[in-house]
Design a protein. Structure first.
Length: 271
């Protein structure tokens, strides 16, 4: 049977990490890369015999996860977030694949439905999304993106049964903490890529965004939670572009000799 390392990055995840680690007790190794947790995250890790911890300052989601993959003991890696829990069917599917010949595959995707306001989404993009989480690190790596990083591999991929339950938000306060951080990071990434926006585009985004997410994506089938998700999603898109607009105006007002470097722009967006 092929051996596997599950890798997770953490920071103050004492409340959500136990459910994830409970679902990984069969793994040959669970490697947690922690960026200075001040809660009981490390004590939680110590309760699991197959879990080891490395401390490292946070360098961005992509770089942090790539570091975790590089430190893993085994070449087949299951890369998870602390808020992702493989259900029984997913665990069985992964173990089934590991027990066979994997030479023809470089990685596997798995469905990751969102759990929001207590509801597991069965419709829309948050229900249909498939993410590449199980892969051979000899044939792939994780991108450098500061947020929304991805696994890039060379070779054949397959799909797994089951799903990763995605408990992305503890509550609405947690949602808006992430909302503020992610919209800033995304605006910074768009600016670096040469994207620009204007007032007219920003003005039409709330209505179009809600129509797209709620009706076209099918979130109306997810009940009240789907309505709230669409409402917040439209607001997310609007604020992301407002931050891009603010950033481009700020930079455009500077003399060319005083224009901030890429590193300075990223730091400013993150602050």
């Amino acid at each position: 049977m092929n051996k596997i390392s599950a890798v997770i990055i953490t920071h103050n995840e004492e409340d959500r990490l136990p459910a994830t680690l409970d679902a990984l007790t069969w793994c040959d190794e669970v490697l947690v890369v922690d960026s200075g947790s001040t809660d009981a995250t490390l004590a939680v890790c110590q309760r699991y015999a197959n879990c080891r911890v490395i401390q490292r300052p946070f360098q961005g989601y992509g770089p942090q996860k790539r570091f975790a993959v590089e430190q893993a003991t085994y070449d087949w890696v299951l890369s998870l977030d602390a808020d992702e829990v493989p259900d029984d069917a997913a665990q069985a599917a992964i173990r089934g694949r590991l027990s066979g010949d994997l030479s023809d595959f470089a990685g596997f995707r798995i469905r990751r439905p969102l759990v929001f306001l207590g509801r597991v989404f069965g419709y829309g993009r948050p229900a249909r999304e498939r993410v590449l989480r199980l892969f051979d690190r000899r044939r792939g790596t994780i991108t450098d993106a500061a947020v929304h990083e991805k696994v890039r591999i060379e070779g054949r991929t397959g799909d797994l049964a089951g799903c990763l339950l995605h408990y992305s938000y503890r509550d609405l306060d947690d949602y808006f903490r992430k909302f503020n951080a992610y919209t800033g990071l995304m605006a910074g990434q768009m600016f670096e890529a040469g994207r620009r926006t204007g007032i007219t585009r920003i003005a039409v985004r709330p209505l179009w965004g809600f129509f797209q997410i709620y009706l076209l994506h099918g979130n109306w089938l997810n009940g009240f939670a789907g309505f709230v998700w669409a409402l917040f999603g439209a607001y997310y898109k609007t604020v992301k572009y407002l931050k891009l607009y603010e950033l481009q105006r700020r930079v455009d007002r500077l003399p060319s000799s005083s224009a901030p470097t890429s590193e300075q722009r990223t730091r400013r967006v993150d602050s």
